[in-house]
Design a protein around this ligand. Structure first.
Ligand code: SF4
Length: 276
């Protein structure tokens, strides 16, 4: 059985940076590091970090000495609040997310009606919206657009597909007289999607590795399924079942941005065993 792996599978730049910062912070602060929510959407990595002394918290109380801000970033208000407390802030917000926050702030200062393309409840979008002001509107698709003003500014959740932005913009230009767009879609996500789709068309079975709570991993699995290839979404090698690969000549492997190399390697090693 031939195994083909998507080149860009696994940790993206932002996640790698955040995880490295977390382990370094744990070492420097004798393990007393908290993250506001899980640092990434991968239960295995969260467990490994816990063992190093990096634990997720839901509330930041007086017991928290060092707080690591995850790649999604946090709201402007929470950031300001943390600065007034005696807490060491380790800011691992992905620089691309920071950019989206800054563009949202700029659009607000320039008086645009702000439309954010993304998932309203996603922490990254909650953060971006806090910079755009509470009047900013979050939409997932053009049907959710409100009555538009003449000057419209758009900023995008980094993990949105480019097609969603194209659909949104073609609707907005029907009424807006002035449109300013910050395309804040991260190339890493788009590239991984593109490479995954290309591979899915060439193989008998696709394996998508990553947390079931990871939005970008789920998106990879949905795209593979939409292509019509038999797709399995797994979190670790333990879930692999030999019967999935009976009669399979070529298997494709991809992984979300929060999937570490060691999990991908374990899956490949187990797959090699099935093929022999
Ligand atoms: S997917 Fe892109 S924006 Fe998101 S953390 Fe990774 S590098 Fe940053």
């Amino acid at each position: 059985m031939e195994i083909r792996i998507v080149k860009s599978a696994g940790f993206c730049f932002g996640v790698k940076r955040a995880v490295d910062m977390a382990f370094k912070a744990a070492e420097e602060n004798k393990g007393q590091v908290c993250t506001y929510g899980p640092i990434i959407h991968n239960p295995q990595v969260v467990e490994k970090l816990k063992a190093a002394g990096v634990a997720p918290v839901d509330e930041i109380d007086s017991n928290v000495k060092n707080i690591l801000i995850r790649t999604h970033g946090i709201s402007y208000e929470l950031h300001e609040d943390l600065k007034t407390k005696n807490i060491n802030i380790i800011d691992a917000t992905c620089p691309f997310v920071k950019k989206a926050q800054q563009y949202a702030k700029l659009l607000k200062q320039e008086g645009y009606q702000i439309i954010i393309l993304g998932d309203e409840k996603h922490p990254e979008v909650v953060g971006i919206r806090s910079y755009a002001g509470q009047e900013a509107i979050v939409v997932k698709d053009p049907q959710q657009l409100p009555r538009l003003k003449t000057r419209v500014g758009v900023v995008v959740q980094t993990t949105q597909p480019v097609e969603a932005l194209q659909r949104l913009l073609s609707e907005i230009i029907k009424t807006a007289r002035e449109l300013k767009v910050y395309n804040t879609i991260c190339n890493s996500t788009a590239n991984r999607l593109k490479e995954t789709e290309a591979l899915a068309k060439e193989v008998d079975v696709m394996l998508v590795i990553g947390g079931r709570n990871s939005a970008n991993t789920n998106q990879l699995a949905r795209r593979c399924e939409a292509i019509g290839v038999k797709t399995y979404h797994i979190e670790s090698a333990e879930e692999l079942a030999p019967e999935w690969f009976r009669g399979v000549k070529v298997v494709g492997v991809t992984a979300g941005a929060s999937t570490p190399d060691w999990i991908i390697k374990e899956v490949i090693e187990k797959l090699k065993g099935f093929g022999s």
